[in-house]
Design a protein. Structure first.
Length: 76
């Protein structure tokens, strides 16, 4: 078994982590394609660990953007 540590995974809720970890590699590939962070060619070469890492980062970034939009302030 290969051990890999994802710092971004620690920032996800238990529910989000479970959803990603239980997703098939193909489902992760589809979700990663929807993020717009990588092109189709790169998606084809990514292994499961790469896809998990990308999705964890994307989820954390989206949550941060949503929190900023809700709780942020605009300085003029």
């Amino acid at each position: 078994m290969r051990f890999c540590y994802f710092a971004d995974m620690d920032q996800l809720s238990a529910e989000q982590r479970e959803l990603l970890l239980l997703s098939s590699t193909e489902s992760l590939r589809v979700m990663a394609g929807q993020t717009g962070d990588v092109d189709d060619e790169e998606l084809e070469t990514m292994d499961r660990l790469d896809l998990l890492n990308l999705m964890a980062r994307s989820t954390v970034a989206k949550r941060g953007a949503a929190q900023g939009a809700v709780g942020g302030s605009i300085i003029v």
